[in-house]
Every structure is written in structure tokens, then in C-alpha cells.
Design a binder for this molecule. Structure first.
Ligand code: URA
Length: 226
């Protein structure tokens, strides 16, 4: 099956109109600059050994993140669930399948982005992350952002969005606006969490608008030399 046919299938699965890209997909090298080659494994190790909050005692393993360490797109979710806790990779369960389809719909293969979560450990019974847990874990996300240096951050769901942007605003209020993160003012676009979309498929059309908005934001940012 051609890439175009595959994307059409993803869009059909999302229940949204097909959208034709004018640009070809961005291909990035999966190689970190040499000066950062030690910092990355050191961060992976620190996260794996972390006991800053109580969650590590109750989960199988930390879930650091996966994908292209030099990606232009950084995807941030909430926290690992059962499947992710078992295999050590974010977004591998049903929400992950929808996430992959959403990314593919804007011509982003899973391997071309970097995917991580606000929390690196699974909360028991998949309860909502607590503010104290997030406060301990978010510095790791900040380090990941500093190392990947993405051109855009896509925040999936309320927890990712509110914590990246340090706000209590609702997801609805955060959608459709370009926010900025960190000292480099990296553009952040917010959309619904795929787990929410699985429960509320009627919102998929709005998520599609968000994805197209993100794509435009990335393209506009791409045109400006960094
Ligand atoms: N939901 C998330 O937010 N992250 C995962 O990794 C899996 C499900």
C-alpha cells in the first residue's frame, strides 16, 4: 500500500475528511549532536533510577520516551498506562494506536517524532497524576525538551497541556492558540488526548482541526531560521 493510501485509511479511521498536504514530510536524522551524546544516556539512567515520588514503588518500570532524539516534533501525553508500564514504551495501548493514526494523518510516522509523557511512571489504577508527582517529574520533561530541541510541542490532553504551560486553563480554552514553552519559546499546540477521543469520537473532528493547526504552526516556524 502506498503512503498516500495508508494516510487515507488513517483519516477514514479517524472519521474525518481527507486532507492533502502541499509539503513533503520532514525527514530528520536519528542522531544527536556529538556534544550531547553522553547527556542523553545519563538522563535515561537518572529517570530509570528515580524515586523522587512514590509512584516508582508501584509500577513495573519507568517509561522514558521513544522516537527520534533530534525530532522536530515532540509529543507529550499524560502518563503510562498498563500496556506502557509492561513494555516500557509510551502510547502502545489503544490510545497509542489512535495517536499513531493522528500523527500519520499529518504525515508524521511514529518514528519521526519523539514521544514522552508528563509522568514517567504509571499511577496506580491509572488514577489522575497528583500535583506533587508532576512537580517531581516535570524537570525530566524539561531536560528532554532541552536535548531534543523540537521545533514544536504537541500536547495531548489536559494534564500534558496544563503542566507544560503552568496553567489551570481548560483544554477547550487552550486549543487553537500557539503557546510557548521554556527559554527557547518553543511553540506548543494543544489537542485532545487520544484516550478521550476513544470515549468521545464526536470530538475527533475538532482534534483534526488542531492537528492541521499544528502542522501550519510548524510550517510557519520552519520558515524562520532558528
Ligand atoms: N496515555 C498517555 O498519556 N500516555 C501513554 O503513554 C499511554 C496512554
Amino acid at each position: 500500500m502506498t503512503d498516500a493510501a495508508l494516510r487515507a485509511r488513517y483519516l477514514d479511521a479517524l472519521g474525518i475528511d481527507r486532507w492533502v498536504l502541499r509539503r513533503s514530510p520532514v525527514v530528520t536524522a536519528n542522531v544527536a549532536p556529538a556534544s550531547e551524546s553522553d547527556a542523553w544516556p545519563a538522563l535515561v539512567e537518572r529517570v530509570a533510577a528515580c524515586t523522587r515520588c512514590g509512584l516508582r514503588a508501584g509500577c513495573t518500570q519507568t517509561v522514558f520516551g521513544v522516537g527520534d532524539r533530534a525530532a522536530e516534533w515532540l509529543v507529550v501525553g499524560e502518563a503510562p498506562g498498563a500496556e506502557e508500564d509492561a513494555c516500557g514504551e509510551p502510547f502502545t495501548g489503544p490510545a497509542g494506536q489512535l495517536l499513531d493514526a493522528m500523527l500519520a494523518a499529518i504525515d508524521l510516522p511514529r518514528q519521526s517524532v519523539f514521544i514522552t509523557n508528563a509522568l514517567k511512571c504509571r499511577p496506580p489504577e491509572d488514577r489522575d497524576p497528583r500535583p506533587a508527582e508532576l512537580a517531581e517529574c516535570l524537570p525530566y520533561l524539561a531536560e528532554q525538551v532541552a536535548m531534543v530541541k523540537p521545533k514544536i510541542i504537541l500536547a495531548f490532553g489536559r494534564v500534558a497541556a496544563q503542566n507544560l504551560l503552568a496553567t489551570d486553563a481548560t483544554l477547550g480554552a487552550l486549543r487553537g492558540v500557539v503557546h510557548h514553552y521554556g527559554p527557547s519559546s518553543i511553540p506548543v499546540v494543544v489537542t485532545y488526548h487520544p484516550a478521550y477521543l476513544l470515549r468521545s469520537p464526536g470530538e475527533k473532528r475538532k482534534a483534526w482541526e488542531d492537528l492541521k493547526f499544528a502542522r501550519r504552526t510548524h510550517a510557519a516556524n520552519d520558515a524562520v531560521p532558528s
